[in-house]
Ligand binder design. Structure first.
Ligand code: NAP
Length: 305
């Protein structure tokens, strides 16, 4: 694998990566997209996407990811299913070491996206898959008829609570403030859903378990409260996946790769696209747009202009 030098290698197969792949192959670049799991990235955890144009009935995220990858493959994009272990971005060509071998490329488009943020409390990591989860759309079915809680006050927590209320006997929505950050459109449905109960001004202090989660202890009220639970969904936002690039590229205070609307990073031939980059609006459509922009500047770089 080491003898070949690609024009561009894209790390990550979410909407930003897939769009970069599509534009790159259509521009005639020898292109490889590397993806750890299936294409789609964070979209694969959303059952119904209604704000990506072209799908009047909405589309599930897994299908949209698959369609995006197939679109790039149709024009000859190579796809490597592998985990990237390290990158050398300052060398020429640039080196990407994966668990399936080393890949060389003249330009690299970083599209690693973001991961679920963790609460960071004792026992959380050990209880993942044993009552603690981060994706209601993926794991909600496991809690049919059970009692669960969602932590968070943003759009994701609101959407997760509503989704779970259709499956579960009872859903607690635990938020550290006295009002939700989620868009207005969620407030009334949440209030009008009988089996959703709010716990405002509360924080999860402790996870209770007997090998799997049995409940949580909440602080913030006059007294601590113990909620017996079968499941806890932590929906408190996302953090960018940048550990591979630390020390090579500058990160913003909250850990994003610093790049402006051109997607160019301080290293020539290296571009950051989608949710991993500093930007104001993180949506599928803005991630896809980044992919197209990055290829424009990658072509410029390759042409030496
Ligand atoms: P978010 O908007 O950043 O909200 C995160 C929530 O978690 C906030 O309420 C925050 O509390 C809380 N939180 C953060 N850290 C916490 C901690 N350590 N302990 C307790 N609570 C904590 O994240 P998101 O809801 O995942 O949404 C991410 C992005 O996707 C947003 O731009 C959102 O609009 C978008 N999104 C859109 C839709 C939709 O349009 N239907 C659906 C889902 C997501 P504070 O309020 O106190 O900061």
């Amino acid at each position: 694998m080491t003898s070949k030098i690609y024009d561009t290698v894209i790390i990550g197969g979410g909407p930003a990566g897939c769009t970069a792949a599509l534009y790159a192959v259509r521009a005639g670049l020898d292109t490889l997209m590397i993806e750890k799991f299936s294409a789609g990235g964070q979209m694969t955890q959303t059952r119904q996407i209604d704000n990506y144009p072209g799908f009047p009935e909405g589309v599930d995220g897994f299908t949209l990811g698959d369609l995006m990858q197939k679109g790039a493959e149709r024009f000859g994009c190579g796809v490597l299913r592998a985990e990237v272990l390290s990158v050398g971005l300052r060398t020429d060509p640039k080196r990407i070491v994966t668990d399936s071998g080393e890949v060389l490329s003249r330009t690299v488009i970083l599209a690693t996206g973001a991961d679920h943020r963790h609460l960071g409390i004792a026992g959380e990591e050990a209880l993942i898959g044993r009552g603690v989860g981060y994706c209601a759309a993926c794991d909600g079915m496991l809690y049919r008829g059970k009692v669960v809680a969602v932590v968070g006050g943003g759009n994701s927590a609101a959407a997760d609570a509503l989704l779970l209320s259709k499956l579960c006997r009872k859903v607690y929505l635990i938020h550290r403030r006295d009002s939700l950050r989620a868009a207005r459109v969620y407030h009334e449905p949440l209030r009008n859903t009988e089996n959703i109960e709010f716990r405002f001004n509360r924080q999860v202090k402790e996870l209770l378990s007997d090998g799997k989660l049995t409940g949580v202890v909440l602080t913030g009220g006059e007294e601590e409260e113990t909620l017996p639970l079968d499941g806890l969904f932590i929906s408190i936002g996302r953090s960018p996946v940048t550990s591979l690039f630390r020390g090579q590229l500058p990160l913003s205070e909250d850990g994003y790769l610093i790049a402006d609307e051109t997607t160019r990073t301080p290293i020539g031939g290296v571009f950051a696209v989608g949710d991993v980059r500093t930007k104001t609006v993180r949506q599928i459509v803005t991630a896809a747009a980044d992919g197209a922009v990055a290829v424009h500047y990658a072509e410029e770089y390759l042409a030496g202009t």
